[in-house]
Design a binder for this molecule. Structure first.
Ligand SMILES: [Zn+2]
Ligand SMILES: [Zn+2]
Length: 136
C-alpha cells in the first residue's frame, strides 16, 4: 500500500494556509487547519489528508474530526404522519401513506402499515395516542 500523496501547491505560513493540488484530478484545494475545500472535507466535515499534511508542515496539532455522518447517531424523527380521519369513539384513525397512497387503519393495538402481527408501536399508533390524549 502506498500512502496517498498530496502535493503542496503553495504555502502561506503567515496565515497557516496552503493550497494542494489533487494528484488525480489536478484540482487545487485551499486548505486551512480547520477547513479544506476538497470534497471529502466539504461533504463530511471530517479532517482530510490535506489538513493532516498541513498540520504536519506547520508542526501544529489539529483536532482530528471523523466524518460527521458516522459520528452522529441517526436522529429519531418525530412522526410526520397526518391523520386523515379520526374516530374518537372507536379510537381508530386513518392515515394515508405518503409512499404508496394507501389508506392505513390504525387502532391503539394494531396498525395495517406493518401487518396484523405487528406488536410494537408504529408512528401511526403514536400519533393516534397523542390525538386521543392517551399516555401509558
Ligand atoms: Zn482536503
Ligand atoms: Zn402504522
Amino acid at each position: 500500500m502506498t500512502k496517498k500523496s498530496v502535493i503542496v501547491h503553495s504555502l502561506d505560513k503567515e496565515n497557516n494556509k496552503a493550497t494542494f493540488a489533487s494528484s488525480s484530478t489536478g484540482e487545487i484545494y485551499e486548505t486551512k487547519l480547520t477547513s479544506c475545500t476538497c470534497m471529502h472535507n466539504r461533504r463530511t466535515g471530517a479532517t482530510c489528508k490535506h489538513m493532516m499534511a498541513l498540520s504536519e508542515i506547520f508542526g501544529v496539532e489539529i483536532e482530528i474530526r471523523k466524518s460527521e455522518k458516522s459520528a452522529k447517531k441517526p436522529k429519531v424523527e418525530k412522526p410526520t404522519v397526518a391523520i386523515h380521519r379520526l374516530d374518537k369513539e372507536s379510537q381508530t384513525a386513518e392515515f394515508i401513506s405518503k409512499n404508496s397512497g394507501e389508506t392505513i387503519i390504525t387502532t391503539l393495538s394494531s396498525c395495517t402499515c406493518k401487518g396484523k402481527n405487528f406488536k410494537k408501536i408504529c408512528k401511526h399508533m403514536e400519533v393516534l395516542k397523542e390525538e386521543l390524549n392517551i399516555t401509558y
